[in-house]
Design a protein around this ligand. Structure first.
Ligand code: MN
Ligand code: MN
Length: 270
């Protein structure tokens, strides 16, 4: 493993204005940080990366939002600055609308970009309750704007006719849970961005979400999928953790574990 020139920055995005059902994900970044620094987890990742005193691993704090700006600019502009400084982002949302401006910035720095999207939902609605930026819509915007070369979705278990039509229209590789085989490995050609909606994981493991959808992936499966990404993981977001719905910190603990494992994977230079 070579010493790489980039850093990985943990970025909190406390924003849930586009939650279509229940607010709460804006509170997630601070709670996930609290678990990470609580002493309940050690700082070694399963892939053998040590996060403590690792000069490549930074905490960038939280973004702030102003009433004057559109939320897209409040996320896109600072993301561009971080990427310009060779800091790759591991973002903690926030509702899923935050992924679109992050990917808008990423596309400018990664001319080749694949997205691995883990979610119970395809988030491909053209518009939801009159909002084209709702948390049900980000990947429709991503595909319209050509922000990736390939979108692979897993964990999906809520498709309706409109979303199936959107999948066909945009050429999305959407893998439904009903057809899922544990151990499926995807072959990526070029950099990968991971967008991880916590509700892709079964609510038995992650009850702290606004849209609980039984029949999802296990925590172990998601961690293995992250470890097995066969191309550089250059960015990631963890979204839709809603602390109001959590039970005894189960979901904040899982989110913190996922931050560690994603960070470890992003820090491996290959
Ligand atoms: Mn979802
Ligand atoms: Mn989502």
């Amino acid at each position: 493993m070579m010493k790489s020139e980039f850093s990985v920055g943990l970025l909190g995005i406390p924003f849930d204005d586009n939650s279509s059902f229940e607010k709460g994900p804006a509170l997630a970044p601070d709670l996930i940080r609290k678990v990470l620094t609580s002493g309940s987890l050690n700082s070694a990742t399963e892939l053998g990366i040590e996060l403590k005193n690792n000069e490549q691993w930074l905490d960038l704090g939280n973004l702030s939002f102003s009433k004057e700006n559109h939320f897209i600019d409040d996320i896109y502009q600072p993301s561009l600055k971080f990427l310009a400084a060779n800091t790759r982002l591991l973002s903690m949302g926030g509702d899923h609308s935050i992924s679109h401006p992050l990917l808008k910035a990423y596309r400018e720095y990664f001319p080749k970009l694949n997205i691995l999207h883990i979610d119970a939902h395809s988030d491909l609605y053209d518009s939801f309750k009159g909002n084209r930026y709702a948390n049900a819509c980000p990947f429709a915007r991503v595909m319209e704007e050509g922000l990736c070369d390939r979108l692979v979705q897993i964990g999906i278990r809520t498709l309706n006719q409109h979303q199936r039509a959107q999948i066909d229209k945009f050429g999305v590789e959407s893998h439904e849970m009903k057809d899922w085989s544990t151990g499926t490995v995807f072959d990526f050609d070029g950099p990968v961005y991971l967008s991880l909606d916590i509700d892709g994981i079964d609510p038995a493991f992650a009850p702290g979400v606004s849209h609980r959808e039984p029949g999802g992936l296990t925590s172990r499966e998601v961690i293995n999928i992250i470890h097995q990404i066969n191309a550089p993981l250059v960015g990631a977001d963890i979204v839709e953790f809603n602390p109001h719905k959590d039970i005894d910190h189960m979901t904040s603990q899982l989110a913190a574990k996922l931050v560690k494992e994603i960070a470890g994977k992003m820090l491996i230079c290959d």
